[in-house]
Design a protein around this ligand. Structure first.
Ligand SMILES: [Ca+2]
Length: 189
């Protein structure tokens, strides 16, 4: 019993550390600054604002298969913290996902039809995994690093497809039909 209790406590402590659990919030409003666990429960149609601004210390933004659409400067702007953004679509903003700071994982996200870049990193550290960027006016995925990129695709963007500076290529990336160079510093299929 004592061991079991200790193990349960250890497990729950570990869970809290790994997930950074905060009380779950309801589906956020356009332009909201969010942290902790955020799960969309409907599409967000935003006009005149950013979609979501994500800040630390920890955040998990699960798009849950939904989309954030609008015309502000960024669909999802990450400013700081240990952040995961996953599982949905960001469309028709200035930049789709803009990472300006923090330690950020972006996975299973589609960024399409944004005026500038689909996914842009200007600061912080980023892990890009299974991101699709298509039909954006600027670059599909533009990363200044440090970080990694893998399994991602950029097609038919106005600028470059996948362009990275100090980001490690972990493979499985692809790009075609972009207005600039399909891939810079990344091996693409
Ligand atoms: Ca760009």
């Amino acid at each position: 019993m004592k061991l079991r209790t200790a193990a349960a406590l250890a497990a729950s402590t570990l869970g809290a550390l790994v997930l950074g659990v905060s009380p779950a919030s309801a589906s956020p409003a356009c332009g909201a600054t969010v942290s902790g666990m955020v799960t969309l429960t409907a599409d967000l149609n935003c006009a005149g604002t950013d979609g979501l601004v994500v800040v630390g210390p920890r955040a998990l933004v699960d798009l849950n298969g939904y989309s954030i659409t609008g015309d502000g400067t960024a669909g999802i702007r990450v400013a700081s913290g240990d952040v995961i953004v996953r599982g949905g679509t960001v469309a028709a903003f200035g930049d789709g996902v803009l990472v300006a700071g923090g330690r950020v994982v972006v996975e299973n996200v589609t960024a399409s039809g944004n005026i500038d870049d689909g996914l842009a990193q200007t600061g912080g550290r980023i892990v890009v995994r299974t991101v699709t960027a298509e039909g954006n006016g600027g670059d599909g995925i533009e990363l200044y690093g440090p970080g990694t990129v893998e399994g991602s695709t950029a097609n038919a963007n106005g600028g470059d497809g996948i362009t990275v500076a100090y980001v490690l290529d972990k493979g499985g990336n692809a790009a075609a039909g972009n207005g600039g160079t399909n891939c810079i510093n990344v091996a693409c299929a």
